[in-house]
Design a protein around this ligand. Structure first.
Ligand code: FAD
Ligand code: DLZ
Ligand code: SF4
Length: 518
């Protein structure tokens, strides 16, 4: 009898270990669109369309390659709506006595899979996900007995292991990290590459219609969907990035410009995360651009560090620390997520830009996520779990293994400093330095208190004062606490009053008729 090969929606690569272990002439591949996966957070509708359309295209590619694919559609009347229900039905349908699956990317799904052998009385073979440079057991070895799990040291090991940007056993250019060169702001008159939009084909259009009908009030625009949904198009998108944007990626990695959502970023996280692009391959091609003299080293190094450094590292942290990790709340933050995170309706120009483009494109680049929506939530004391569910919902690339450590750890310091050595707290001055947002804002970034003062300014000091017991001992915050202590008492009071008034207004605006996520 055949084995059933379950292929999850973020496993769309012919290199999956489950496919490698299967027999194309005998076994059946199961792919299923299930209601539970489309609703465990209120996903951006473009994210659902991207996943389902990429799944449908990949199923066709597998069939063309000789596989038997059993594909269950979301609107199939017999669809039970869950992975467990669909695996149960398919095992019976095919008389399969064995299930093959590559390990899931999310704890929630892993927990389901762990229950299947007993539930179905079937052999369940869970295979490692080989799409990553660092296997999970190797990460555990690295983390064991280490007091501090800093990304930088992990990254150097990954450089040595892959040989990327290495000259013998030395880092190319004599340094591991060129981040100090990557903090240049941008001006609007610089050349900005146009980014290609992939117009929906008939398959994608059918999914768009399905999702529009099913989630009429769902979060996020559907018009303008332009993501690649096949390997070939994801390749084309990456080629375009190599040729037109990579050279400036490093210099302007942290910059932000109003009305320019993409700048010199890769726009490839979603493709990497679902298997349309391969992480190591992408890094090798970026290295080749540098070796050929077409892009500077700080661009190639910065990009490669994000992938073999941060991306691999956060995955390791996720599996090391789950399931307890998602409940951590080291700063005891409890404020509900403000409604404007969903609506975009706020008079803070930086927040309106970041949230507005998120609604339009299911995309914001790293500094917008970290230093705008993330920093605001940190300063305002937003419940990290509510914020986590927002980030998991709204971005095209959001899967819990990568999103949760970035949100809870890097951005909110809710893990007490496992990921970052200090909280990413900053006043409006940071945003003003790195963007052109403040010029178009009703608030004045240079004012510290009062009705027109930039809210980030007073919130910044209020955050430090509120969390002094927890943060004062942090050596990297020594000088800011010294500044706070030296401040005249009247000035300190005025800052805290200003912050208090802002937060009261925020709570009042949100206290109207009960609002739940779309
Ligand atoms: P580029 O700027 O072009 O970077 C290149 C690649 O590096 C990305 O495609 C991505 O694969 C990788 N990368 C960069 N930074 C990180 C990082 N911090 N962690 C892991 N990989 C990284 N990334 C996701 O893929 N999914 C998420 O759900 C996600 N949630 C985030 C939530 C918060 C609060 C923050 C601060 C960051 C989050 N990131 C997430 C990381 C990062 O913001 C995105 O990977 C990046 O913005 C994707 O756009 P890009 O492809 O244009 O990236
Ligand atoms: C995100 C998502 C969505 C929206 N829909 C599906 C789906 O219908 N079928 C599917 O197999 N996967 C979907 N996914 C991705 C899964 O949630 C993701 O593969 C797992 O959570 C990773 O463990
Ligand atoms: Fe954001 Fe403050 Fe600048 Fe307005 S003034 S855009 S709120 S940082």
């Amino acid at each position: 009898s055949p084995a059933l090969v379950l292929l999850l929606g973020d496993q769309l690569s012919p290199a999956m270990s489950s496919l490698r272990a299967a027999d194309r002439d005998r076994d059946v591949v199961l792919m299923c669109e299930v209601a539970d996966e489309t609703t465990y957070v209120p996903h951006h509708r473009q994210k659902i369309v991207f996943l389902l359309s990429a799944m449908r295209h990949f199923a066709e590619a597998l069939r063309a390659d000789g596989w038997t694919v059993d594909y269950v559609r979301l609107d199939d009347p017999a669809n039970t709506g869950s992975f467990t229900g669909e695996v149960g039905r398919a095992l019976a349908r095919h008389g399969a006595d064995r299930l093959l699956v590559t390990e899931a990317g999310e704890w929630r799904v892993k927990a389901m899979i762990d229950g299947w052998a007993a539930r179905f009385g079937t052999e369940v073979q869970v295979l490692p996900d080989r799409r990553f440079v660092c296997p999970l057991p190797a990460f555990e070895d690295w983390a064991r007995d280490r007091k501090s799990l800093r990304m930088e040291y992990f990254y150097r090991e990954m450089r040595r292991k892959t040989g990327l940007l290495m000259d013998g056993d030395k880092p190319a250019g004599g340094r591991w990290n060129f981040d100090a060169e990557n903090r240049k702001p941008l001006t609007d008159d610089l050349f900005l590459p146009e980014r290609r939009r992939f117009a929906p084909d008939a398959v994608t259009q059918e999914v768009i219609d399905l999702i529009a009908a099913r989630f009429p009030e769902g979060f996020g625009d559907l018009e303008g969907f332009g993501w690649a949904v096949t390997r070939a198009d994801a390749e084309a998108a990456f080629e375009e990035f190599l040729g037109r944007a990579l050279a400036r990626f490093g210099d302007h990695q942290d910059a932000m410009l109003a009305g320019r959502p993409f700048l010199y970023h890769g726009l490839i996280s979603a493709y990497l995360n679902v298997g349309l692009l391969d992480a190591l391959d992408v890094c090798r091609r970026v290295e080749a651009e540098w070796r050929a003299g077409r892009v500077p080293l700080n661009a190639a190094e910065g990009f490669i560090r994000q992938i073999i450094g941060w991306r691999e590292y956060v995955r390791g942290i996720y599996w090391l620390k789950m399931p307890g990790y998602r409940d951590e709340n080291a700063l005891g933050a409890t404020r509900p997520l403000p409604w404007f995170y969903w609506s975009g309706d706020t008079d803070m120009a930086c927040m309106a830009e970041a949230i507005g483009q998120t609604r339009r494109h299911a995309y914001a680049h790293h500094i917008q996520r970290l230093m705008v929506t993330g920093t605001f939530a940190l300063l305002a004391g937003i419940d990290p779990k509510a914020l986590h569910e927002w980030y998991l919902a709204v971005y095209i690339d959001a899967f819990e293994w990568v999103e949760l450590p970035n949100t809870l750890g890097m951005s909110q310091f809710a893990d007490g400093g496992l990921l970052g050595s200090k909280p990413y707290a900053a006043s409006g001055a940071y945003i003003d330095r790195m963007s052109d947002y403040c010029a178009g804002c009703r608030y004045d970034v240079t004012e510290k208190t009062g009705a027109i003062a930039c809210p980030f300014n007073a919130l910044y000091w209020d955050f430090l004062a509120r969390n002094a017991d927890r943060l004062r001992g942090n050596p990297r915050l020594g000088t800011v606490y010294a500044t706070w202590d030296r401040m005249a008492e009247g000035k300190r009071d005025a800052l805290r009053e200003s912050a208090g008034a802002f937060l009261d207004r925020l709570d009042r605006d949100d206290a109207g008729p009960a609002r739940s996520p779309p």
